[in-house]
Design a protein around this ligand. Structure first.
Ligand code: NI
Length: 179
């Protein structure tokens, strides 16, 4: 089990467009995915993108098989490894809700996202994944896939009166995590 340190906003590598994975089901890719899942769980993240641990590849992991302590009231998103993803909005409806990011520790902001999306990509073995999602699930996917395009959630924000430190915005929330 390898827990990687997570790059923080200001690091240039978080602003790059990641390279697509060419070879699936290799020992290197399996190790990367395992490390990303260990790191995501250790940080109680809703998701993690490979560039956040300094790896320039289009790989994201998200979801969990049990409730996330950082988002205890959110619906479960299935534990997923998504490679070379493509996100397409379904309809024009957007939703505004709070997001945090392990690369932007201690802060939360309200971010507009597509309410419903279709996302496609590949799993670790190179099998096609094609799903439709809405709400929190759709938000998590959009957030993680943005990392592969070098976009952090504050770059999507429109109203900076809805941006602040988690302990100030949500004083009752457990503060045992970095984020
Ligand atoms: Ni993030």
């Amino acid at each position: 089990m390898t827990i990687h340190s997570i790059l923080k906003m200001g690091e240039a590598r978080l602003l790059c467009v990641a390279r697509p994975v060419q070879d699936f089901d290799t020992p290197e890719l399996r190790q990367l995915v395992q490390d990303m899942q260990d790191t995501m769980r250790h940080a109680s993240g809703a998701g993690l993108a490979a560039p956040q641990i300094g790896v320039d590849l289009q790989v994201v992991v998200f979801g969990s098989d049990s409730p996330n302590p950082r988002y205890p009231d959110r619906p479960l998103v299935p534990l997923t490894v998504l490679i070379n993803p493509v996100v397409t909005p379904l309809g024009a409806e957007t939703a505004l809700d709070w997001e945090g990011c392990l690369s932007v520790p201690g802060l939360r902001g309200k971010v507009p996202r597509w309410l419903r999306i279709r996302y496609t990509g590949f799993d670790l073995q190179g099998r096609i994944i094609a799903r439709e999602a809405e709400g929190f699930h759709a938000r998590v996917v959009q957030h993680e896939c943005d990392h592969l395009a070098g976009i952090l959630y504050p770059m999507r924000m429109q109203d900076f009166t809805q941006f602040g430190f988690t302990d100030v915005l949500f004083p009752g929330m457990a503060q045992d995590q970095d984020d």
